[in-house]
Ligand binder design. Structure first.
Ligand SMILES: [Zn+2]
Length: 68
C-alpha cells in the first residue's frame, strides 16, 4: 500500500476519480471490484472505502464459518 502521485486515476472499471491509494490488484479483486490493470491497482477514496468494507465483511464471514 502506498501513496499515489497526482493525476493518477482510479483503476476500477468505469470510475474516473483521482486515486488516493495504490494496492495490489489481487486484494482489489478479492473485494469484488473490477480493475483494468494487473499488478498495481489504484483506488479513489470511495472505492478504497468500499474495498475495506468488503474485505472486512469477508473476514467476518470466515470467522463465523470457523466457529461452527
Ligand atoms: Zn474509483
Amino acid at each position: 500500500m502506498g501513496k499515489v502521485s497526482k493525476g493518477v486515476k482510479c483503476t476500477v472499471t468505469g470510475c474516473a476519480n483521482d486515486a488516493v491509494r495504490s494496492i495490489s490488484s489481487e486484494e482489489v479483486s478479492k473485494a469484488g471490484l473490477k480493475v483494468s490493470s494487473s499488478g498495481r491497482a489504484y483506488l479513489c477514496k470511495n472505492h478504497y472505502r468500499e474495498m475495506k468494507k468488503k474485505l472486512k465483511k469477508d473476514r467476518e464471514v470466515e470467522r463465523w464459518r470457523l466457529m461452527r
